[in-house]
Design a protein around this ligand. Structure first.
Ligand code: FES
Ligand code: FES
Length: 154
């Protein structure tokens, strides 16, 4: 067991974890932040577990919790303040989700994407979504939502 200190959504946590615990399990099971999902049994394929680590979108099933020691994490629970972000609002207004299982990971990935690409083309958006699988939407409305968010400045 090892004690780690991580900042998650602005709050500092000092927690004792197994060296083998995955970051996604730490977030979901130890911190009860269940907005981060597991869609592909920890294979790094689906992107449902995407979070931001020090501002970079990463798949939290591909990291150990101990690797987050000393780092700052944002999960989907930390995106909105008093109101939804323009990206979250755009997903609602453009029907960017159906079942919603993929949505938290896509929001985290596209939040980072729009930070780096404030004026993306549809091809840029589709390329940015390569690491996120959605079984419901066919992606058309997801791309539309990201485009709409870019238009209003994330
Ligand atoms: S659960 Fe991490 S990529 Fe699927
Ligand atoms: S909205 Fe259902 S998996 Fe994407």
């Amino acid at each position: 067991m090892k004690t780690i200190t991580v900042t998650v959504n602005g709050a500092v946590y000092e927690e004792t974890v197994s060296e083998r615990m995955l970051l996604v399990d730490f977030l979901r099971e130890q911190l009860a932040l269940t907005g981060t999902h597991v869609g592909c049994t920890y294979e790094g394929v689906c992107g449902a577990c995407t979070i931001c680590l020090d501002g970079e979108a990463v798949k939290s099933c591909l990291m150990l919790a101990v690797q987050a020691d000393g780092h700052s994490i944002t999960t989907v629970e930390g995106l909105a303040g008093d109101k939804l972000t323009p990206l979250q609002q755009a997903f609602i207004e453009n029907h960017g989700l159906q079942c919603g299982f993929c949505t938290s990971g896509i929001l985290m990935n596209m939040s980072e994407f729009l930070e780096k690409n404030p004026n993306p083309s549809d091809d840029d958006i589709r390329h940015g979504l390569i690491g996120n699988l959605c079984r419901c939407t066919g992606y058309v409305h997801i791309v539309k939502a990201v485009r709409a968010a870019a238009a209003v400045g994330r």
